[in-house]
Design a protein around this ligand. Sequence first.
Ligand code: NG1
Ligand code: ZN
Length: 555
Amino acid sequence: QLPVESISKLSELHPKPNHIRFQYGTAGFRTLGNVLDSVLFRVGILAALRSKRLDGKTIGVMVTASHNPEHDNGVKLVDPRGEMLEAAWEVHATSLANAATTSDFVEQLEALIRSAKIDLSKPARVVYARDTRPSGPALVAALEDGFKAIGADARNAGVTTTPILHYFVRSINTKGTKNEYGEDSEDGYFTKLSSAFKKLVTGKPQLPPLVVDCANGVGAEGISKISPYLGESLTLIPHNTATTTPGALNNACGADYVKTSQKLPPSLASVLKPGQRACSLDGDADRLIYYYLDDRGQFHMLDGDKIAALVAAFIVELVKSAGLEGEIQVGVVQTAYANGSSTKYLAEVRSTHLFVYRMRDRVDRLSSPQRLPVRCVPTGVKHLHHAAEHFAVGVYFEANGHGTALFSPETQEKLESHEPTTPAQSTALNHLLSLTRLINQTVGDAISDMLLVETVLAHKSYSGLEWDSLYVDLPNRLVKVVVVDRHAFKTEDAERRLVSPKGLQAKIDDLVKRYDGGRSFVRPSGTEDVVRVYGEAVIKSQADELAFRVAGLVY
Ligand code: NG1
Ligand code: ZN
């Protein structure tokens, strides 16, 4: 029986504001922090129902607005394996959030319980956390009212990063099984990552200290907490750690600032020396962008595409050295925003290596896969994640620095049972096993990704410059266009082509043809009320011109 009385009573304390339509988008609910009270209350109840529906498995709730301005906030649900909420439930979330009154809300809950066949006698278990935003505590209180109203068994994970919350969810749900993911505490998380990292870099030359821009967000706590675990294996120099200074969060710092403005955060201008590498996290520490200054003090960015290239090539090499080539297929997933040069580079990784191999062993290898498969999917982490699950090892990164690598259960088993025949194979195999522990396989994780990048740099003895020279980015430009109705823009082919408005794509094609190395696409944003236009060309001024001319067609 649904506790209608307690739900109704508490719901009256969290009325839905009139004239606002909420939407559970690619990043959950996200808008101004001061209008989200009713949403949080209702999400508390929805999370409990989701848990009941899944037989009492623990569901995660994260209160954050990531890289968005400090006055924004948001909330998203995490499914039992630590992945994003199932799409069908995004629709339930949206309609519950928009129920106008308490009685509408209760009516909708009852309808959902019937249609989704939710057994109310099952337990409801939830774990929740928030980032450092000032609106966080009040929103968490509303969320807790939701848990109380329905009688959920809720665990407060406090203030922590989004990926740590995802890690908790998976760890709690796999506890005591053969797939146990980790210990469900911050100590468990930091121990797991740091011990894998230390194993991976043992015997490698020590890298110079790494400057970390923490976006004045929760990542600052993560970085300061992991440092003692890392000991001498890696020195981190945290900057932008002012988590309690009003207005500081993501302000002229952080991964999104660096990626969008393609600039060094001004606060690091006097810190970073030529040649020194640095990275920026975003406000909830699930995105990561690297960069360095060259000898002339020029800024160079190493974005999600560069990270994917570095990591995928490294994994391919280890798989080969472990004697598992042909048995474990590594694939990469990107979106249309991936730099054209990165796609080209990745598609050539495997064939180049194979070419070298062929000289020695011509006949045998001709039939094996010749290219690193690179797939393009629509924007949004869940699309990338699901596509990556189809590979034995699936590496995915958005250009903005959100990404990870997934090892399929079969791959995990293969790695554990494979018998190496040489010491070199054994070393490579152990490295692969350590990677499965270092990498957060639930979601993109800036801290875990940072250690992954550092691992590859240590193995390759790469500086930022050498990493950067894997390929040269094509100049590109991203433009936002405010239109009357962005829903009029419909796409196909992983958002690379428009099907409506009618005739527009043909005009874009026409323009693109006139630019050397030109590429451009138009899609409606899933998180803002705008249409985004991307332009890419061989010369910077041409990329800008292409983007603006296409924007002119859209407007
Ligand atoms: P939209 O607003 O749909 O373009 C943005 C980012 C995505 C993703 C989501 C969720 C760009 C161009 N788009 O999506 O990559 O991160 O936000 O946060 O960066
Ligand atoms: Zn984020």
